[in-house]
Design a protein around this ligand. Structure first.
Ligand code: CO
Length: 181
């Protein structure tokens, strides 16, 4: 089922999301709906707050970012915790389904150490880097109530203010299904 995506200006995007409790009802259906919603909107990652559900859960498909390096990297992360970030900061022009038509360079560390539960609720610890780490850092920010636009340099931030106002006021709308502003 394709769910409406919440856009910039909705307070759920600024809220720190709650841990997903054990025996969370219909978790498989929620995850499937999140993948359906993400693929239909041509996104490479989607966090639960972006569909208006304030849970510490996100999905991604890194193969859509690099089909050679990340073949089969369709992943689910439940109650993730970034244990450590290391390596050099590197820039990349990020975008977000909740912030349509805006992109901007975000500096992030190259490598992360992550603890998380998979879709079967099995706990893992893993070291990730490159674009896969970046997508996780971006989605992790969502469950912490942060957006990539909060991480732009001050000049870039000023330049996107007008567009942000349009999104907030419901005057800039994406083509994919979204919750009206
Ligand atoms: Co996003």
């Amino acid at each position: 089922m394709i769910l409406p995506i919440v856009l910039y200006g909705d307070p759920v995007l600024q809220r720190r999301a709650e841990e997903v409790p054990p025996n969370f009802p219909d978790l498989d259906a929620l995850i499937q709906n999140m993948f359906d919603t993400m693929y239909t909107a041509s996104g490479i990652g989607l966090a639960a707050p972006q569909i208006g559900q304030s849970w510490r859960l996100f999905v991604l498909d890194a193969e859509l970012a690099d089909e050679v390096v990340y073949k089969g990297q369709k992943r689910v992360f439940i109650n993730p915790l970034i244990l450590e970030e290391s390596g050099d900061l590197w820039p990349y022009a990020e975008g977000c389904l909740s912030v349509p038509e805006i992109r901007g360079d975000v500096m992030r560390r190259a490598t992360i150490r992550l603890r998380y539960e998979d879709a079967q609720r099995v706990v893992h610890e893993e070291t990730l880097d490159g674009m896969l780490a970046r997508i996780i850092q971006h989605e992790y920010d969502h469950i912490e109530g942060r957006l990539f636009i909060d991480l732009l340099n001050p000049l870039r931030r000023r330049l996107v203010q007008k567009k942000l106002q349009l999104i907030r006021n419901g005057k800039l709308r994406p083509e994919y299904k979204h919750r009206p502003r």
